[in-house]
Design a protein around this ligand. Structure first.
Ligand SMILES: Nc1nc2c(ncn2[C@@H]2O[C@H](COP(=O)(O)OP(=O)(O)O)[C@@H](O)[C@H]2O)c(=O)[nH]1
Ligand SMILES: Nc1ncnc2c1ncn2[C@@H]1O[C@H](COP(=O)(O)OP(=O)(O)O)[C@@H](O)[C@H]1O
Length: 400
């Protein structure tokens, strides 16, 4: 795979495009990977919304890829740099939380989608500074105590954990609040959103549809918290296969009799629903124990003991106080810039003539520790802003 040129909008007219001419002023960049040239930028309707087309040099034809993920909002232009499995897009004149994007063309997630869809696939993901700790996926049969254990964790460590609020088509229980316990939704609405790629995973459980939206996981990570997902075994399997790296915990009841007692004792289900949940529980326990999805299996016999074990495996035993993390500092990329790439570092050189007289402002973007978040996010970006003054001194600020 050849090194891509870091392109500025002005360079585009000079880019050889196998006879296909780019319209002037459409703010497009081209990045060539093997036989393919990815043309990213302003749509032909004259707006500056960001579209993707691929020119297949070996066949001399244009390919319109299937584009997954939410694409970046339109902008005044952008620069593009080729990384190993994705193209880094630096948007010009955009807000700090919307200026760095990735067009994935060969990540694990893209290859998985390519297998399913069988054609050219690319995926948009938004660049996020800093890392989020691995989310925790908790599964187990209905009534085993997942919700109780999660509530204990959130109560003891409120600034550390955040709950992924799932969508479901089941009716709310008496004490359940929309947007807090679940996003209660209509089946047709949820099915449409699943089709639109908004869900990290979904499954039909006990006759209802449940699913985790990408947003549900990312709002928790964006708040600097560690995300907890309470999902069934099918959902856990889907998350395992996704780009989201997580810790998987399965909670087992001490016996089926205890499970039945707890489920009935909770008093939230009709007799018919209780029986359905108990029937499903046997298969879930079987899968939870035998499949290689779960990193840990915990027996919830004595609640306090089980909670202590959960804390231990999360490294929280003996934990005294959780210091809230400070939000990452914001950095605004210069609209006028040139780019160069040295190993895993992208050097963004401010081209403002005013600034250039006195100092040469550089921003170094470190992409050595990129990590897939939920599909749609790439975490682990690290910035350094360097002001080099005419006397040779440098001033460095780190943002991560
Ligand atoms: N796959 C998947 N399962 C979910 C999701 N949210 C909840 N579940 C699972 O759906 C099942 C039923 O949940 P619920 O109706 O709240 O009943 P409860 O588990 O008995 O409290 C449980 O196994 C949950 O773990 C989700 O977003 N995705
Ligand atoms: N270790 C335990 N021993 C006895 N009862 C428990 C234990 N853990 C949870 N419970 C009770 O069992 C019921 C079901 O627990 P819940 O957390 O709602 O299960 P889940 O979220 O897995 O469906 C609740 O009434 C809860 O208070």
């Amino acid at each position: 795979m050849g090194e891509a040129p870091a392109l500025l909008v002005d360079d585009l007219q000079n880019e050889p495009l196998n006879g296909f001419e780019l319209k002037n002023g459409t703010c497009k960049t081209t990045t060539t990977i093997g036989d393919k040239t990815y043309v990213i930028g302003g749509a032909d309707d004259g707006t500056l919304s960001i579209e993707v087309q691929i020119f297949d040099r070996s066949h001399g034809e244009w390919v319109r890829p299937t584009v997954h993920g939410i694409k970046p909002l339109s902008c005044k232009g952008h620069s593009a740099v080729l990384l190993k499995d994705r193209i880094l897009i630096l948007k010009k004149g955009s807000k700090p939380d919307d200026q760095i994007w990735f067009l994935e063309f060969d990540t694990q997630y893209v290859r998985q989608l390519q297998n399913n869809f069988g054609n050219e696939v690319v995926v948009w993901s938004k660049g996020v500074t800093g890392n989020a700790e691995k989310p925790i996926v908790i599964s187990g049969p209905s009534g085993v105590g997942k919700g109780t254990l999660i509530a204990m964790l959130m109560k003891e460590f409120p600034s550390m954990f955040g709950f992924s609020v799932s969508h479901t088509t089941r009716a709310p229980r008496n004490m359940e609040k929309d947007g807090v316990h679940y996003h209660f939704t209509e089946k047709s609405v949820m099915e449409k959103e699943i089709k639109d790629g908004k869900f990290l995973e979904f499954a039909s459980v006990h006759g209802n549809l449940y699913g985790t939206s990408v947003e549900a996981v990312e709002v928790v990570a964006d708040a600097g918290k560690r995300c907890i997902l309470d999902i069934d075994v099918q959902g856990a399997r889907s998350v395992r296969a996704s780009s989201l790296e997580a810790i998987f915990v399965f909670i087992c009841p001490p016996s089926m009799e205890d499970l039945e007692k707890r489920l009935r004792g909770r008093g939230t289900e009709t007799e018919e629903q209780v029986l359905k949940r108990l029937r499903n529980a046997e298969a879930e326990i079987e899968q939870g124990k035998s499949s290689k999805i779960f990193d840990f299996i915990l027996y919830n016999d004595n609640l306090e003991e089980c909670y202590e074990k959960l804390k231990k495996l999360l490294g929280l035993d003996g934990f005294v106080t959780a210091s809230p993390k400070s939000a990452p500092k914001e950095i605004i990329l210069p609209t006028n810039h040139s780019l160069s790439k040295i190993d895993d570092k992208i050097i963004i050189n401010c081209m403002s003539s005013e600034l250039e007289k006195e100092s040469k402002n550089l921003i170094v973007l470190d992409v050595s520790s990129l990590k897939g978040g939920a599909p749609g996010r790439t975490r682990g970006l690290d910035f350094q802003a360097i002001n080099s003054f005419s006397d040779g001194l440098t001033e460095t600020d780190q943002f991560s």
